[in-house]
Design a binder for this molecule. Sequence first.
Ligand code: AMP
Length: 361
Amino acid sequence: MSALPPGSMIGILGGGQLGRMLAIAAARLGYHCHIFCPEADPPAAEVAAKHTRADYSDAAAMAAFARSCAVVTYEFENIPYEPVQAIAGLVPVRPGIEALRITQDRLFEKDFCTSRGIATAPYRAVANPADLCAAATALGLPLILKTRRMGYDGKGQFKIVSTEDTAPAFAALKSDALIAEGFIGFRRELSVVLARGLDGSIASWEPVENIHRNHILWRTHAPAVIDESLAVQVEQLATSLVEGLDYVGVLAVELFDCGTAILVNELAPRVHNSGHWTLDAAITSQFEQHIRAICGLPLGSPERLCDAVMENLIGDEVKTWPALLTEPNAKLHLYGKAEARPGRKMGHVTRLYPTGKSPQP
Ligand code: AMP
């Protein structure tokens, strides 16, 4: 196994803020980045050496992109699978395409967790109203009906409280590739972000607690205040997942803490919003770690240097930037997006506190 030398070109599929922060981390290590995405002026292209603007289905553009890179990664899981599979014969794709195939489909993802002996919300595949009826009988009501693919930030979901919700749910979700999940009365939401290197080494940041508003992550508290035994359990299940996927890169595992049990909600095969705090409060950030992993470098230390509370700046909240810059313990990150649409992640701020002194959720 040989490490890619500085000066190599890293390809990133997707041009959003995650790609942007990956490209900045790559540049610090002396690498160049080539962004591939269909959008004009994406946040990542502004800080990268090259940008190809084309659809993922444009096979010739994808092949040319792949040939220009020493390794290709992706910053979101909702890229179509087949075009990525096609370039995997031309260039190493990390994380691998099997991890992408599994994590871009909620049903495959839950089946995979189950195969590793890891608990999730109870679930059933649903293709039509009869399946939903059977799922309601098996799982009870309420339940959440979700599209298997392409959902994010609560999109592609419908809460089913009674059988009368069936028709509106199918009308809203417009899909026959669905999954019904039992509704979990969790105590809180946690996540763990970890990395696996090309040599199989694993480095995990401590679990964090996440607070959502309108289905969008609002705040991440690092670290989560949890029992040592729960922390160990979380680390063990995350390790089992990255090993089972033969994973290379950063993976995020979203969890429901139910008090008596811990359930996996979702996997993200990439750097994750709940890992942004690592930019300012850990020895190695998730972005640097992902670049290290996919380039075959040794992983850096995930040690936390202080407590941190990360807050997303969504839509017009970004306009508070002048006040945020006057806070002595706040680190501001803006994504360079021109238009502050409602629900759009425009930036984030991480407030740093001495260890053990951060405000609790
Ligand atoms: P997801 O897109 O699957 O991460 O869901 C978005 C949010 O909806 C989660 O962060 C939870 O707050 C909530 N949620 C998702 N699935 C369930 C479930 N099975 N039971 C209760 N709440 C859920």
